[in-house]
Design a protein around this ligand. Sequence first.
Ligand SMILES: [Zn+2]
Length: 299
Amino acid sequence: MLDAAAMDTREVRERTPVLSPLETGATSLLPEPAAAEAAPAATPSGPPPPLPPGREQRLLMPSTPWQTPLVATHSGREGARVLVLGGVHGNEPGGWLAAESVAEWEPSAGSLLVIPRANVVATRAFERTFPDLGDLNRLYPGAEDGALPMARMAASIIRVVREFEVDLVLDMHESWGFYLERGANTGTAFIGQTVTRGDGPLPEAFVRDAVSAVNTLITPREELTFRGRLPQPAPGATPSPGFGGQPGGRSTSSLSIGTHVPGVTAILVEMGQIEQAESRRRDLHMLLAREILTRHGVL
Ligand SMILES: [Zn+2]
């Protein structure tokens, strides 16, 4: 943990102002979505103008126990803006190790933003999370004044998505069992090696094709399964907790980000931990991230 003085210095150094969509004068010619909630930021129809090239780092929730870096690398060229999340759950190291490596990649177009350890306290403890922190992947869109720190972190992440006009969120997780080996097991413990797409404009075929391309590069056991869109529970059914479904059907996982910020699509990846080395889980996350970022024109 940084001492207070070091933290202050770091915070000042890393707090680089970036113009918000409103300040850059971005406007939308698109019609307002029906029943738009709380008038989300306008979504430009094309890529936003490029941000000045270079890498900036800032802290989310600075000067708190939950402060964690956001690394933003801008190519200086027009293109997509992707946000990669790792460490949303602290006992899923394959995801945050991959995210830390992705944070060092250089985009050839657009911008690459990475929050390698979104729940940094949980990653240090190697626990999924703690009750007094809350589960970040059940708290979107969060609340700036939420009682739970991870509700405030969810709000910080949504703010980053809006400010940088992110169009794709890639959230790296781990499960225990492999989905194709689940047998009669259901729920979050057996969704390893799956890729799920949330609401948003990114075509399903984009994700499906990226998964297929990666599957040609890996072993049969490692094969990834595309699980389609965010599964909606049947009317009256008790929703699976797998992706944050809640009674009433509204998801609060990262897959719901596209329902809160127009123009964004989230992809949630789960690697299986059972009999699969941590380094391999990390590498598989990176392989899929590279495929998605390349197809999306960022690498
Ligand atoms: Zn997780």
